[in-house]
Design a protein. Sequence first.
Length: 368
Amino acid sequence: MNKNYYIDTEEKFNWFIAKTLEHKIIAVDTEFLWRNTYNPILGLIQVAFSKDECYLIDTIAIEDISAFGKILANKNIVKILHDAQQDLLIMSRLCNYVTPMNIFDTRRAAGFAGLDHTISLAKLINELLGILLPKSETTTDWTRRPLTENQIQYAIDDVIHMCDIREILLKRINQNGFGPWLNNEMKFYENNNIYKKNDPDERYLKLKGISRLNHYKLKIVKHIAAWREKEAIKRDIPKTFIIKDNILLKIVHANPKKIQDLIDTKLLPPERIRNYGGDIIGAIKTAENSNEDLRNVMKDLKIVINGNELVKLKQFVIEKAKELNLAVDIIATRADLVKLLEDKKTNNLKNNQLLKTWRKDIFKNYII
């Protein structure tokens, strides 16, 4: 690879940003490592203007890549990615939580082109271009330097074909008449709520099983989960390295009042109790002394939908998917359907995300 195409200094990076802003369509990918840290460690950003012009941004050598946010947020530049959400989340966080605009996700688009909507990039390239890519570097450490020739070629291969892939997909999708739906689907990535910084006080809402908790225990789980999130951020480790979700809920049910009570539960090894026991008991006491009212949260968590109605709705989606030659999950996942019925039950359909997309054309008559 031409050394001029390897961006590893601030001077080169600034030149690259200016050059990229002159383009209308680019392909983007990232390589990162996510094993023992709270957030992924970004090792590389690949950007291709064509099959013959590709740039690798060394995000280990360049500490501040926030200027890349100018590219992400530029409405006039199409950014082509495959299975875009994880890459966009990582880049957005390092670019001051900018909201990406004008995204084309080849994986989502494949589903509108009569292909498997969960298809890998390698399979998509093979399917549409007849090119078989080696995947030997899938689990490589992208933070180690120098990068090997195999790593560099792997990174290049991930982006240089994507402009051609987009053209083929668009042709098929427009022939199918799904062009307007596809355009609407890509607006998903322009929702700034996706890229918001994690709020530790809301992390408890992601835990499974909290709908069965009473008000007292819900407050406790909220405070322990918030403490755990902050501790994970401070130590830069995955939150499950502190307490796993299922253990956290068992601790809530055990309701220990002092360290010895926590020891007696035998839910945590001695080292974890030494490191975190005092903080866990402190979070429980803070919850007990809190006057916050979570009854509205409890009400939302305890909405019960009619099981028969869910079965009927799922069957309706299956039939529509066959009729349209689309994958069922492209139209709606089970979670989407549950949320739709919950919003119907609480007269909140105007705020349902499913009905704010092209899918409203499918569901509008059924849900009324």
